[in-house]
Design a protein around this ligand. Structure first.
Ligand SMILES: NC(=O)CC[C@H](N)C(=O)O
Length: 309
C-alpha cells in the first residue's frame, strides 16, 4: 500500500496537468464566477493525522454536500419516522428532477436529491424560525470540524434565492401532496442557506470524520450518531450521493461519497479516513469532474474500497 502523502502529492500533480476540467455550474450565477483551475484535497485519517494538497485551505460553496449534515441532524431529531416522508432508492434522474414526484405522491426518492433534501430541511425547521434552524445547522457543522470559521456565503444564498425556480417548483409540488409542513419559501430559505455554507477541503474532511469512525467524533470522542446510522448514511451516500452518476462513482471509486454543484465531494473510507476534494468544473451529471477522478486515483493506489477485502 502506498504512503498517503506520496499518493496525494501524485494525484494533485496529475490534476494540475488536466486540461478537460468540466464546466462550472452557472445556473446559480454566483457559482459561475469561480475559477475552474482550482483544485484542493484533504484527508483526515481516523488516527488523527490530516494531509492536504493544493487549494485545500480555500473556502468553496459546499452546496449539496450539506445534505449529509442535514440528514444526520434530521435523523437525530425524528429518527426513522423520516423514512415515511423520504425514500431510500437511487433516483436515476438529475438532482433537480421533478418527474418521479407525481407518480410517487410527493415522496422524494432519497434525501440527497433536491426534493428529498428540502423535506429534510422542513423537518429541521419544525419548532424554529428559519434563522434559528440555519444557526443550528451551521453550529453543528462547526462542531464537527472543530472550527468556528465556517460561514454562510450570503451572496451565494441570495443568488440561489433569486433564481432557484426549480426548487420552488419542487417545494410547492410536495406541499400540494402534504409532504411539506412549512411554507415553501421558508423551507427553501433554510435550504439555500445551508447549501451556501463555505468550507475548505480541510474543514470538510474533518467534518466527515464521524462517518468514517462509526458515528463518533474522532476529535472529542463524542457520539454524533449511532454506529448503525453512520453505516446507513454511508450506504445512502454510495447509492444516491452522486445522483444519476452514483452507479458510475461506485464502480470507479468504490467508496461512499456526496457531491455538490460547487465542485466539492465528501468521501468516506469507513474505519480509515474522511476525504474532501474540490474542483469546480462539473461533469454531465453535475458532479466534480476532477474531484471524481482524483478520488478514483487515490482509492486505487491506497487500495481503499468498501468492496475489497
Ligand atoms: N447538486 C447540488 O449541489 C444542488 C444544490 C443547489 N443548491 C440546488 O438546489 O440546485
Amino acid at each position: 500500500m502506498a504512503e498517503i502523502e506520496t499518493a496525494l502529492a501524485q494525484v494533485a500533480a496529475e490534476m494540475a496537468e488536466a486540461r478537460d476540467r468540466g464546466s462550472v455550474a452557472t445556473y446559480i450565477p454566483q457559482l459561475g464566477k469561480v475559477d475552474p483551475q482550482r483544485f484542493g484535497i484533504a484527508v483526515a485519517m481516523n488516527d488523527g493525522r490530516v494531509f492536504a494538497e493544493g487549494d485545500a485551505d480555500e473556502p468553496f460553496s459546499i452546496q449539496s454536500v450539506s445534505k449529509v449534515f442535514t440528514l444526520t441532524l434530521a435523523l437525530g431529531k425524528i429518527g426513522d419516522s423520516l423514512w415515511q416522508r423520504v425514500g431510500r432508492e437511487p433516483s436515476g434522474n438529475p438532482f433537480n428532477s421533478i418527474v418521479q414526484l407525481e407518480h410517487e405522491h410527493g415522496i422524494p426518492r432519497n434525501p440527497f436529491v433536491n426534493a428529498g433534501a428540502i423535506v429534510v430541511t422542513d423537518v429541521l425547521l419544525a419548532g424554529h424560525q428559519p434563522r434559528e434552524a440555519i444557526g443550528e445547522i451551521l453550529r453543528f457543522v462547526q462542531f464537527l470540524c472543530d472550527d468556528d470559521s465556517v460561514y454562510i456565503d450570503r451572496s451565494v444564498a441570495a443568488s440561489e434565492q433569486a433564481t432557484g425556480f426549480r426548487n420552488y417548483a419542487l417545494a410547492n409540488y410536495m406541499r400540494s401532496f402534504g409532504n411539506l409542513t412549512h411554507a415553501p419559501e421558508m423551507a427553501l430559505g433554510v435550504y439555500f442557506h445551508h447549501c451556501a455554507f463555505a468550507m475548505t477541503c480541510r474543514q470538510l474532511a474533518l467534518a466527515g470524520r464521524y462517518l468514517a469512525n462509526g458515528g463518533r467524533h474522532s476529535g472529542t470522542g463524542h457520539t454524533v450518531i449511532s454506529t448503525e446510522r453512520a453505516r446507513r448514511i454511508n450506504a445512502l451516500m454510495l447509492t444516491c450521493g452522486h445522483y444519476d452518476g452514483s452507479g458510475e462513482f461506485a464502480f470507479r471509486v468504490g467508496i461512499p461519497g456526496k457531491s455538490g454543484v460547487g465542485g466539492g465531494i465528501l468521501a468516506v473510507v469507513p474505519g480509515v479516513a474522511s476525504i474532501a476534494v474540490w474542483s469546480p468544473g462539473l461533469n454531465a451529471n453535475g458532479n466534480s469532474k476532477l474531484g471524481s477522478l482524483a478520488l478514483e486515483r487515490l482509492a486505487k493506489v491506497m487500495n481503499w474500497s468498501v468492496f475489497a477485502p
